[in-house]
Ligand binder design. Structure first.
Ligand SMILES: *Cc1c(COP(=O)(O)O)cnc(C)c1O
Length: 398
């Protein structure tokens, strides 16, 4: 792949490996294993496999390798390891890089499963975890120690869309020799520049914007070759979190259109946020692209856009929020994001249901909060759908 290609070119042509048939579309190598010409070749490959030599699909596969190279090129990472899901990626990055006795500092506002790994799994293996307010650089500075090995955060948090200052945290982490791992799902691979900003490792759930059409699970860990082909590959290939070749093929086709989709979804999110701000049925609209967002300047500096998701708080709590959801005609009630279909989620009752009430309060996950992942529908149709549902759900207040 040519390094001077711009993103859209990389997303269409990056990483391609053509078979002897010279097919146009990426080939789907739906195979677990590979045949060796002779016993000597088998022995040599187990000793050291070259970049285009495969052994077993848990270690690597040509379709999966195309996906890894394409997303690494986009992210500006030296290498990538594809995983079965976003959680396989987060788990792989953390387990591969940590050992008993290490200390981790992490932002408190996290996807539920990420929080589970930090609070329930890592401590079982002797890793100590300190949770901080990810938006407060002083809190990161106060929490890191000589034995801090890793800092972890979602660069844009779910569902309240707080922005973590990647460069700021990286400076604090690197000063004590800790690695920075950024879960970048909400920032999206299109707007992310996390590695240039100081992140050592970036993870994505490819289930979100990379597929973008609600079909498959996938994930990826990106970073320096030394780490990806060192501890990450060793952990992933022996523990079974490999991406299926079929899913890699779907995700490769997703990457081809991702730039167009994410930019259109972001334009819709910006439009809806602007139109909904001030709606009397809402007590707040949270969107990093609005000047009213507490970290608007940081979001513009770090990402240059507000992303594809907005959140808003409906007056009247659970009852009004449920009435609103049940009145929607275009947006569907679900919990994925980054999809072509607009998805409305009530986090307090779904993705964050199990979080204790005091934690919900700290994180701003109120009963009336709705997370809206903007899809590819006509923005005017969506606005009408949202406004009509708000008006009827809140008895005409809207
Ligand atoms: C969805 C998501 C994950 C997990 O990804 P899966 O593909 O569902 O395993 C991790 N982090 C964030 C921020 C997510 O949104």
């Amino acid at each position: 792949m040519s390094n001077d290609w711009n993103s859209r070119t990389k997303l269409v042509h990056g990483g391609i490996r053509r078979s002897q048939y010279n097919e146009v579309s990426e080939a789907l190598f739906l195979t677990q294993g590979f045949v060796y010409d002779n016993a000597e070749q088998a022995e040599a490959r187990f000793l050291e496999a070259g970049p285009d030599e495969f052994i077993y699909a848990r270690y690597g596969n040509p379709t999966v390798a195309m996906f890894e190279d394409r997303i690494a090129g986009l992210e500006g990472a030296e290498d990538a390891f594809a995983c079965a899901s976003g959680m396989a990626a987060v788990q792989g990055a953390l387990m591969a890089l940590l050992k008993a006795g290490d200390h981790v500092v992490a932002a408190r506002a996290l996807f539920g499963s990420c929080l589970f790994i930090l609070e329930n799994i890592l401590p079982k293996f002797g890793v100590e975890v300190t949770l901080v307010d990810g938006t407060d650089l002083e809190a990161w500075r106060a929490a890191v120690r000589e034995d801090t090995r890793l800092c972890f955060f979602e660069s844009m948090s779910n569902p309240t869309l707080e922005i973590v200052d990647i460069a700021g945290v990286a400076e604090i982490a690197h000063a004590v020799g800790a690695l920075v791992v950024s879960d970048n799902v909400f920032s999206t691979p299109i707007y992310s520049d996390a590695i240039a900003q100081g992140a050592d490792i970036v993870t994505y759930s490819a289930t979100k914007h990379i597929d973008g059409q609600g079909r498959v699970l996938g994930g990826v860990i990106l970073g320096p070759k030394e780490i990806i082909r060192g501890p990450i590959e060793a952990f992933m290939k022996h523990t079974g979190g490999a991406l299926s070749p079929f899913n890699a093929w779907v995700l490769l086709k997703g990457l081809e259109t991702m730039d167009l989709r994410v930019r259109a979804q972001t334009a819709t999110a910006q439009h809806l946020a602007e139109k909904l701000e001030g709606n009397p049925a809402l007590s707040r609209v949270i969107y990093p692209g609005l000047a009213s967002h507490a970290q608007h300047d940081l979001a513009m500096r770090q990402l240059g856009a507000g992303g594809t998701v907005l959140s808003f708080d409906i007056r009247g709590g659970r009852e009004a929020a449920f009435a609103f959801l049940n009145l929607l005609e275009i947006a569907v009630i679900s919990n994925n994001l980054g999809d072509a279909k607009t998805i409305a989620t009530p986090p307090a009752f779904t993705t964050h249901q199990r979080l204790p009430d005091d934690q919900k309060q700290i994180l701003g996950i109120t009963p009336g909060l709705i997370r809206l992942s903007c899809g590819l529908e006509d923005p005017q149709d969506l606005l009408r759908d949202l406004e009509a549902a708000l008006e009827h759900a809140t008895g005409g207040q809207g």
